[in-house]
Design a protein around this ligand. Structure first.
Ligand code: NAI
Length: 471
């Protein structure tokens, strides 16, 4: 007889593990199946995504600060050397501590981890094939698909794990590439490009569209382009990559400019970061009759994450929406609470996004382009970090906060931040948007002095009252 559960979660990433923990907290008998061979929970985010990349971004930023910024603060250092082995080991330690933390939480809340590859069978049964080949069957009232996504591959330049790689291998280059060619000017390309640029690589970004960060606010994306170029990035937009040839330890990438000119770039490593696709290989969607979009691979769900098959649900990168860890976790919580009879909600209009380059970029709500497209009358408030005492003290002069507010109601429509610690500053704006607040609401909240958050208050004041106090 199959093991019986209230809920089987397939996938132990931020969506799946969060759903499993919340379901168990609410008294549901829950199992979570994970196929990663080293039995590490946490999915792409903890193992080969958000966490290791941030560990490297923080380490490489320290190296950059030490080599290029400390002298201006009056701190003299002797010769500075990069110890890449230690940097990579520290990154691995950060990962193992966090994945171990998820295992601890499973134990604490009574989630049963099941290691192996899960296949959905008819009748809410799940077949699990363990690493050694042994098969077992689990059965549950509900099954949640949370298998996430994988790096998209370009058909004419397949990943080879060494010269032409996805973000996973780009976390472990050793030695530092001499010339890293990045295909795709999106989140991954710019973040991992930043890591290796700071550590000494020449970095060339090839972007198909007319601008990098195509879904970000246009003004912010244009200023990021300028700042990265100032940092030494070589960025080519309107450039369609057409092929790559490896010879010895070198790669030649061929591309075409918008006006049809043939281009060629010589490097030693190529990172292909052209987006991600839902990961459903071997999941048995077709046999179980679960509907998904053939082109995008996204599983179709209703507002309660229910697929067309009764009792089978899906969340995270598998379904529509931004492929972000925190979006998946929120959906996991809302799914589990709904299953347990609660009435939670998720507000897709207030999901923040962050790009961890330096200065950082963060945003919530609509971009200026989207506001214009909707035909909403709006006001813009902008405030430069260089006009705040704290940013000056930190020697962080670049960037600004941009608040978009409805011209009639003053309601905040979107906030976009380019600047130091933009990742943390966006939280206040998410809260305001969640409560449908106004620019005046932000401006009237007291912002501690001297902090970077004063730039948020001043930008909001400008959107609401037409002028800030300190500029
Ligand atoms: P992306 O969608 O952010 O950017 C991919 C870029 O590649 C686009 O600008 C696209 O126009 C370009 N592109 C596509 N085909 C191309 C071609 N043939 N030649 C040149 N350029 C081409 O995708 P990315 O950076 O791979 O990230 C994948 C997902 O992971 C994203 O959905 C992102 O949200 C998520 N992510 C989030 C992070 C964060 O929250 N900080 C960090 C890293 C990834």
């Amino acid at each position: 007889m199959a093991d019986q559960y209230d809920l089987i979660v397939i996938g132990g990433g931020p969506g799946g593990y969060t759903a499993a923990i919340r379901a168990a907290q609410l008294g549901l008998k829950t199992a979570c199946v994970e196929k990663r061979e080293n039995k590490a929970l946490g999915g792409t985010c903890l193992n080969v995504g958000c966490i290791p990349s941030k560990a490297l971004l923080d380490s490489s930023e320290m190296y950059e600060t030490t080599t290029h910024k400390l002298a201006r603060h009056g701190v003299k250092v002797g010769s500075v050397a990069l110890d890449l082995d230690t940097m990579l080991k520290r990154k691995d330690k950060v990962v193992s501590e966090l994945t171990g933390g998820v295992a601890y939480l499973f134990k604490k809340y009574g989630v049963t981890p099941v290691f192996g590859s899960a296949k959905l069978l008819k009748g809410n049964k799940v077949e699990v094939t363990a690493a050694g080949g042994a098969k077992s069957t689990l059965e549950a009232k509900s099954v949640l698909l949370a298998t996430g996504s994988e790096s998209a591959e370009l058909p004419f330049m397949k990943f080879d794990g060494k010269h032409i790689v996805s973000s996973t291998e780009a976390l472990n280059f050793n030695p530092v590439p001499k010339h890293l060619i990045v295909v795709g000017g999106g989140y991954i390309g710019l973040e991992l490009g930043s890591v290796w640029k700071r550590l000494g690589s020449k970095v060339t970004v090839l972007e198909f569209l007319p601008r990098i960060l195509s879904i970000s606010d246009g003004e912010i994306a244009s200023d990021v382009h300028k700042l990265l170029t100032k940092q030494g990035f070589e960025i080519h937009v309107d450039t369609k990559v057409t092929g790559a040839k490896v010879s010895g330890d070198n790669v030649t990438v061929t591309a075409q400019s918008k006006d049809g000119k043939e281009l060629s770039f010589q490097g030693d490593r190529v990172l292909v970061a052209v987006g991600r696709r839902p990961y459903t290989a071997g999941l048995g969607l077709d046999d179980a009759g679960v509907k998904y979009d053939a082109k995008s691979g996204r599983v179709e769900v209703n507002q309660h994450f229910q697929t067309n098959v009764t009792g089978v649900y899906a969340i995270g990168d598998l379904i529509a929406g931004p492929m972000l860890a925190h979006k998946a976790s929120e959906e996991g919580v809302v799914f589990a609470e709904t299953l347990a009879g609660m009435k939670p909600h998720i507000n897709y209009d207030a999901i923040p996004s962050v790009i961890y380059i330096w200065p950082e970029v963060s945003s919530v709500g609509l971009t200026e382009e989207q506001v214009k497209e909707k035909g909403t009358e709006y006001r813009v408030g902008k405030f430069k970090f260089s006009a705040t005492g704290r940013a000056k003290a930190m020697d962080e002069q670049d960037g600004y906060v941009k608040v978009l507010a409805d011209a009639k109601t003053d309601r905040v429509l979107g906030v976009h931040i380019l600047g130091p610690r933009a990742s943390d500053l966006i939280a206040e704006c998410v809260t305001i948007m969640e409560f449908k607040g106004s620019a005046e609401d932000i401006a009237r909240c007291t912002h501690a002095h001297p902090t970077l958050s004063e730039a948020v208050g001043e930008a909001a004041r400008m959107a609401w009252a037409g002028k800030p106090l300190n500029s």
